[in-house]
Design a protein around this ligand. Structure first.
Ligand code: AMP
Length: 270
């Protein structure tokens, strides 16, 4: 496993490498990340994993400061998996030039996390643009756990590069809770609530099949979840997976949720 600490290391190591799979991460690796990496190793000749906590995608300074870090553990996981390259850039390896064209979301995309985390996806798209430009992967592996991110990045990258985005299934624990680096920030009680809440949202999605007015049903459930689990929910919405517009049709839809447990913001979709 080659650890690449800057852009020069990267250019040297990738010289002549084609059929490269790329897995972008912010570290604190878990089974979710590992599933992406394994898929890349299966589909591509070489695999590069990046670990970079991208400052521009945090709309909240405290959230950025508190984002979990476990560098040594991450490297040992990646070594065990026998990954070819790990790219751990510094800020100025990535942000060494000013964009000529500002990244802007269209009005119809300013929904869900884009509505509640101002500037977040602009930061994500910016960093993915910069990483794709220097890594030039054949495929980029991304999780459906962050479905809106996957949707927006796929639209941007596939329009501007030859690289293709490969969506990967959400990995969950046995209680249906999606694995997330942020779960480590939850205390025992919060973790237990997150698990119960995940099961509840999963069962709501299953019930939706038989409900006529899905919007009304979701509004009622949103209120109930808030009351039972004492959480604040930003959204609980059924949306079409191809355009992320609200829908009353269960076909090709996902139920999206964002909520807070104490100060920790969690998202999921079923
Ligand atoms: P992150 O390190 O949180 O930025 O995530 C890096 C990549 O891993 C993103 O493409 C995420 O969607 C993906 N990912 C995070 N959690 C999971 C999960 N539980 N299952 C599958 N993919 C995940």
């Amino acid at each position: 496993m080659k650890i690449l600490l800057n852009k020069n290391d990267l250019n040297e190591a990738l010289y002549g490498v084609s059929n490269l799979g790329f897995v972008p991460t912010m570290g604190s690796l878990h089974e979710g990340h590992m599933s992406l990496i394994k898929k890349s190793m299966k589909e591509c000749k070489k695999t590069l994993v990046s670990i970079f906590i991208n400052p521009t995608q945090f709309n909240n300074k405290i959230d950025f400061k508190n984002y979990p870090k476990s560098h040594k553990r991450d490297l040992s996981i990646l070594k065990k998996l026998n990954v070819d390259f790990v790219f751990v850039p510094k800020n100025n390896d990535i942000y060494n030039y000013k964009r000529t064209k500002k990244i802007k979301l269209s009005k119809k995309d300013k929904i869900m996390c884009a509505k509640y985390r101002k500037g977040h996806f602009e930061g994500v798209i910016d960093v993915m643009d910069r990483l794709t430009k220097i890594i030039k992967p054949k495929k980029i592996f991304m999780g459906e756990k962050d479905f809106q991110q996957l949707y927006l990045v796929k639209n941007f990258i596939e329009k501007n590069y030859k690289s293709r985005i490969v969506p990967c299934k959400t990995i969950r624990d046995k209680n249906k809770l999606a694995l997330s680096s942020r779960n480590i920030l939850l205390n025992k009680n919060e973790l237990s609530i997150a698990r119960q809440l995940s099961k509840t949202v999963y069962s709501i999605k299953k019930k939706l099949n038989k409900i006529d007015d899905k919007k009304k049903f979701l509004l009622k459930n949103k209120k109930e979840i808030k009351k039972i689990y004492n959480t604040s929910i930003e959204y609980l919405e059924l949306r079409n997976i191809n355009n992320l517009q609200m829908t009353n049709n269960i076909k090709k839809s996902k139920l999206f949720i964002a909520y807070y447990l104490n100060k920790i913001r969690l998202i999921d979709n079923f």
